[in-house]
Design a protein around this ligand. Structure first.
Ligand code: NDP
Length: 220
């Protein structure tokens, strides 16, 4: 049985990924700050109390999973905040950078011993991190943090290739979750299904690519 570890697993796309991988017969380790009744009801192994920006929490997560082999790591946890030009609060920029860019890198680094040849890592990024695709401006901290995440994930794809670990940089689509006030154009379940297809297609040959969950290649 294959094992997937998913961050931000209590709600939204992370929760839908938990359901998707359980339906596909995987063992799921669902990492979150606080569990939800829906998550508790799934049968996934829930590791709660994990704020991904906390080094101590990451150590606690490592201790809980012990030496478990992870076939797939999905760095999904993220936040979106809004800045107004002329009134930018540096704390929202910093917080998004910590959660969206730095934490996925540090979570991945912490789990390297649990990943083996043939393991895969998916980073749930956003096309809002694409500089080429930015036609509407704004969203300073979110765009900056997701562009930084893409840069880190690309480096990981290069550094981990000799170890046989493939990395996917995936935009989930515009998804009906709390992050976008449920205004997306696909459900979280549909997004999770599409993301799982992209992850299944991921290989050492295409590692480091930036894709929409619908399969389109995205520009940096
Ligand atoms: P939600 O707001 O529904 O869920 C966000 C998840 O991230 C929650 O589980 C939340 O946990 C978790 N999280 C936030 N901060 C932390 C933290 N410090 N430590 C641990 N967990 C944390 O959003 P989505 O499901 O939509 O977002 C999932 C991913 O998809 C994000 O990376 C987002 O940027 C990306 N994305 C989403 C899009 C969309 O249209 N929805 C579009 C493009 C990208 P808690 O409940 O504790 O807050």
């Amino acid at each position: 049985m294959k094992t997937v570890l998913i961050t931000g697993a209590n709600r939204g796309i992370g929760f839908a990924l938990v359901q998707e991988y359980l339906a596909q017969g995987w063992r799921v380790i669902a990492v979150c700050r606080k569990s939800s009744p829906e998550l508790d009801a799934t049968g996934a192994q829930v590791i709660a109390g994990i704020d991904v920006t906390s080094a101590q929490a990451i150590q606690n997560m490592l201790q809980t999973i012990a030496g478990a082999k992870i076939d797939l790591l999905i760095n999904n946890a993220g936040i979106l905040q809004h800045e107004q030009l002329g009134d930018i609060d540096e704390s929202t920029i910093t917080q998004q950078f910590l959660v969206n860019a730095q934490a996925p890198l540090l979570v991945t680094e912490a789990l390297l011993r649990n990943l083996n040849e043939g393991s895969k890592i998916a980073f749930i990024t956003s096309r809002m991190g694409s500089i080429a695709d930015n036609t509407s401006g704004g969203y300073y901290g979110y765009r900056m943090s997701k562009a930084a995440l893409n840069a880190a994930a690309k480096s990981l794809s290069i550094d981990l290739k000799p170890r046989g670990i493939a990395v996917g940089i995936l935009h989930p689509g515009y998804v009906q979750t709390a992050m976008v006030n449920f205004g997306g154009d696909i459900s979280a379940a549909e997004s999770a299904k599409r993301l799982s297809k992209r992850i299944a297609e991921l290989s050492l040959q295409n590692s480091g690519g930036f894709w929409h969950s619908n399969g389109d290649k995205l520009l940096w």
